[in-house]
Design a protein around this ligand. Sequence first.
Ligand SMILES: Nc1ncnc2c1ncn2[C@@H]1O[C@H](COP(=O)(O)OP(=O)(O)O)[C@@H](O)[C@H]1O
Ligand SMILES: [Mg+2]
Length: 590
Amino acid sequence: MIKTLLGQVKQYKTASLLTPLFTGLEVLMEVLIPFVTASIIDKGIEAGDMGQVYFYGGLMLVMAFFSLTFAVLAGRYGAKASAGFACNLREAMYENIQTFSFSNIDKYSTAGLVTRMTTDVTNVQNAYQMILRIAVRAPLTLICSMVMCFFINGHLSSIFLAAILVLGAALIFIMQKTTKLFNEVFRRYDDLNASVQENVSAIRVVKAYVREDYEDRKFAGAAQKIYKLFVKAEGLLALNNPVMMLVVYGCILALSWFGAQYIVAGDLTTGELTSMFSYVMSVLMSLMMLSMIFVMISMSTASGARIAEVLNETADLKNPKEPLTEVEDGSIDFNHVSFSYKQGSGEETLHDIDLHIRSGETIGIVGGTGSGKSSLVNLISRLYDVDQGSVCVGGRDVRDYDMEALRDQVAVVLQKNVLFSGTILDNLRWGKEDATEEEAREACRQACADEFISRFPDGYNTWIEQGGTNVSGGQKQRLCIARALLKKPKVLILDDSTSAVDTATDAKIRRSFASEIPGTTKLIIAQRVQSVQDADRILVLDDGKVNGFGTHEELLAENAIYRDIYETQTKGGGDFDEPGSDEAGKDGER
Ligand SMILES: Nc1ncnc2c1ncn2[C@@H]1O[C@H](COP(=O)(O)OP(=O)(O)O)[C@@H](O)[C@H]1O
Ligand SMILES: [Mg+2]
């Protein structure tokens, strides 16, 4: 984990090295200053020599100046190193997430990834900065101050050896308790972020179901929990101060007592005693800082591990060694394909699918929710890999193709599709980066999107909000279809992509497909029998198996499921499947 993380320091190595260096120099100055103070008192004041006072006073000023300069430099480099490190971590994570395949993404929740990229990175960044500065500063101050003390008077120094033992024991005790609490806090943050992410992004659903109060309470609960843990942890941490003060004053008392005796006996000068006081303070302060570092490190270890996990995740799907870049035609073959989302779990989503689709055919796919329709088509553009058997496009196994080349030729309008913030034209150009406005218009005409776009005052430059919230469901679906059409693919897959489009427009889109892109193989998943009945062949899926495959008339004559769907829809007039499809037709135009 440490290695993975430190691998991202990269161009900030110099800054990372300069920080402890300057900190070291700063400490050196700080340690020497009390020593000079002793000289001022002993050689100047006590001896009544003003020349010496000026000399050592000047020396002290110069040293103080250097000490400050070093401190500023260390601070700047520390900030640069840690902020740069965090920036690199974020970039590396983002880059790796982009290579994730669908199965990788399934492993992490979106909220989890967001927390990792934000809060967790911030934790590591803070810890890194602390470590660069204080991890050097505290032990160095500790050691130097101790050395100086022993140098001045060995006997007296044993006083604070005892003090260190007392303080150390107390600190370790407090730290152990707080570390546990802080770890708990960070786990709770995850829950909190998940709650925020889920409910803010689904705020419309929350409102539609009037669940605001419930969500409010749920969130308040999570926030309260964190509050309590924090108060507890910080409360314990606050004990540090009185313990520290107790030890400091104890030391000063003991030093004064024994110091006075040494001075009377002539074994110690007043100046030396004054500098001993300063050193005692520095020693105890650095102990304090050391303990803070331990808290910081333990707090960030969990974060570091979570970041490393994302950085070390390797994409499940890889390009073959010598990938094919040309897709011959739009034929699709499923050769005894079995597929499950969690390999080896035994729960197969698709069982032994054997299908052969000719190039240019229009295939309708129907089946209940969860029957595996989306899973089936996602195998064609290799969003997932099969467990057994093979899927071929253009006569070659999809695993032999370069993924980008394959996905350029197999355009999928996913069931859960999204638009991005940007103009309509920007969104369409996801299909083809350098598409001209004329090409985009043509694709929109084929997807029957042109009619509503031209009614917008800004036409193709209309701004789409994040997630496409300012267009209706049916309009969004048509834009997504147009975006896929711009690729001019050999295979076009519509996964329930016209569910929110009214039936008349739906029929119009299908007619335009038949006349405009006759050579493209079209797979249309639909809830409405109307949407598929004029397809060349229709596939009926049931529980991950092929239940029937043939023309509308054939299926009507011999397939019970298909007949059932047809009858409920034509007689009852409703959609057979999920309640969500009730909105079909209503939401089409607004
Ligand atoms: N990303 C996923 N991870 C795990 N299981 C999934 C995933 N997507 C779908 N499933 C499961 O696979 C089955 C088939 O789902 P799906 O292909 O989406 O059905 P359909 O599109 O026909 O409604 C369902 O039981 C569903 O719970
Ligand atoms: Mg589906």
